[in-house]
Design a protein around this ligand. Structure first.
Ligand code: PMP
Length: 394
C-alpha cells in the first residue's frame, strides 16, 4: 500500500528556513518564516502568558478532557475579543481547534457538509495553506483580484468586479486584517462595500483572522469581521491565537459560526462538536486556557495589551524606517507602501530573480513571491536590506 504514495510538494517557507540555517554568513537576515521576532531575533513567551502558565500550574487539579468543542469560557473570551458587542452569545457557535489552521480546516469541512458544491473564493494572492486545504478536501475554489502589483495596495475595483460574479451560497474567504502575504488591507469604507456586496449576492463570508492587534490595534483590526457579522445573516470565523498571544506551538484557535437566526445556533454548535469528534476528538486545551486566563483577568489582560501594543508599534516603526531608508536611497516615494502596509508582512513586489539576488549578495531571505516578515528586521539590518533592494533593481 505505502508504495503507492507519491511525494507531496515541499513547503516553500520551510525549505527557505532550511536554506537559512545552512547559510554560514553571520550577517544573514531571515525575513522568511511567519513568526514574530523582537529586535534580538527572539520569539519570546509573552509576559502575561508566562504569568498565566505559572498560575495554572498552581491551580490546575486535573488534565481530564474538556468538552468536545473545548471550554465555553474560551469561546466566550475569544468571541468578545473578535466580535466585541457585535453579536450576542446566542448567535455564536464555537469550537476550539488546533490553531487557526485547525479552525480553517474545520470551517471548510462544515461548509462541505452544508454545501458540497459551493465555490470558495480566495484572494489572489492568499496564504498558500488556504488553497492547499481546499484542494485536499476536493472543494471548488476560484480567485478574486486583491493586490495591485503596481501600487502594492488593494486592487479594490478588481476585487469588486470579481466578487460581483459570486453565486448565492458561495463562500468568500477574507483575511480579517494584516493580509498574508501582501500586507495590503481594506479600509473601513471598503469593508462596508464588501459587506453590502456579499449581502446582495447572498454569499457567506469566512473570515480568517490570525493577526488581530498586529495592524492598527485590537479594535480597529476587528472592524471588518464585525461589520460582516452585523450585516450578513450568517458567517464563519477562524481565529488564531498563535501570533497575538505568541502561543504558536500550543496550537490554539477557534472556529465560530455567527447567525442572525438564533434558532440555528444549537444545531451549529452540535455540528462543530461532531466535526471535532471525527477529526481529533477533544481539542488541545493548554493554550486555550492560558488565553482565557489572560483575557479574563484584569491584571494579566492589561499586561498583555501593553506588550501587544509594543509589538505592534515596533513593527510600525520598522516599516517607517525601511520606507525612509529607501526614500533616501532612491530619491522617490516608490516604497511608501511599506509604511502603509499593516501586520507582519509586506509584499515587496520583487521578481523571483531579484529575491534570489538579494539572498546571494546580501544573505537576505524572503519568500520567493517577495513576502518579507517585517518583524525579522531591526535597526542594524534595515540599511542592509535597503541597499540590497536598490542594488537588485527592485
Ligand atoms: N491564517 C493566516 C493568514 C496565517 O498567516 C496563519 C499563520 N501562518 C494562520 C491562519 C494560522 O496559524 P496557526 O495555525 O499557526 O494558528
Amino acid at each position: 500500500m505505502l508504495e503507492n504514495l507519491t511525494a507531496q510538494p515541499a513547503d516553500k517557507i520551510l525549505q527557505l528556513m532550511q536554506m537559512f540555517r545552512e547559510d554560514p554568513r553571520s550577517d544573514k537576515i531571515d525575513l522568511g518564516v511567519g513568526v514574530y521576532k523582537n529586535a534580538e531575533g527572539q520569539t519570546p513567551v509573552m509576559r502575561a502568558v508566562k504569568a498565566a502558565e505559572r498560575q495554572l500550574w498552581e491551580v490546575e487539579t486535573t488534565k481530564s478532557y474538556t468538552g468536545l468543542a473545548g471550554d465555553p469560557g474560551f469561546h466566550a473570551a475569544m468571541a468578545d475579543l473578535v466580535l466585541g458587542k457585535t453579536a450576542d452569545a446566542g448567535q455564536i457557535a464555537a469550537a476550539a481547534t488546533p490553531g487557526g489552521t485547525g479552525a480553517i480546516r474545520q470551517g471548510l469541512e462544515l461548509i462541505r457538509m452544508a454545501a458540497p458544491d459551493a465555490t470558495i473564493w480566495l484572494s489572489a494572492p492568499t496564504w498558500p495553506n488556504h488553497p492547499s486545504i481546499i484542494k485536499y478536501l476536493g472543494m471548488n475554489m476560484v480567485e478574486y483580484r486583491y493586490f495591485d502589483a503596481e501600487t502594492r495596495a488593494v486592487d479594490f475595483n478588481g476585487m469588486l468586479t470579481d466578487l460581483s460574479n459570486v453565486k448565492p451560497g458561495d463562500v468568500v474567504l477574507l483575511h480579517g486584517c494584516c493580509h498574508n502575504p501582501t500586507g495590503a488591507n481594506m479600509n473601513a469604507a471598503q469593508w462596508q462595500e464588501i459587506a453590502a456586496l456579499l449581502l446582495a449576492k447572498q454569499a457567506v463570508p469566512f473570515v480568517d483572522i490570525a493577526y488581530q492587534g498586529f495592524g492598527d490595534g485590537l479594535e480597529a483590526d476587528a472592524y471588518g469581521v464585525r461589520r460582516l457579522a452585523k450585516t450578513l445573516p450568517e458567517m464563519l470565523i477562524a481565529a488564531s491565537c498563535s501570533k497575538n498571544f505568541g502561543v504558536y506551538r500550543e496550537r490554539t484557535g477557534l472556529l465560530m459560526t455567527v447567525t442572525q437566526d438564533v434558532g440555528k445556533t444549537a444545531l451549529n454548535q452540535g455540528t462543530l462538536a461532531f466535526l471535532n469528534r471525527q477529526n481529533y476528538s477533544f481539542p488541545p486545551d493548554h493554550g486555550a486556557r492560558l488565553v482565557t486566563m489572560v483575557l479574563t483577568d484584569d491584571a494579566l489582560r492589561a499586561d498583555w495589551l501593553s506588550e501587544l501594543e509594543d509589538v505592534r508599534l515596533g513593527m510600525l516603526k520598522l516599516r517607517q524606517q525601511l520606507s525612509d531608508a529607501l526614500r533616501k536611497r532612491t530619491g522617490s516615494d516608490r516604497f511608501g507602501f511599506l509604511a502603509d502596509h499593516r501586520g507582519m508582512f509586506s509584499r515587496l513586489g520583487a521578481s523571483e530573480a531579484q529575491v534570489q539576488a538579494m539572498r546571494e549578495s546580501h544573505g537576505i531571505y524572503m519568500v520567493s513571491d517577495s513576502r518579507m516578515n517585517i518583524a525579522g528586521l531591526n535597526e542594524a539590518s534595515i540599511p542592509i536590506l535597503a541597499d540590497a533592494i536598490v542594488s537588485a533593481g527592485v
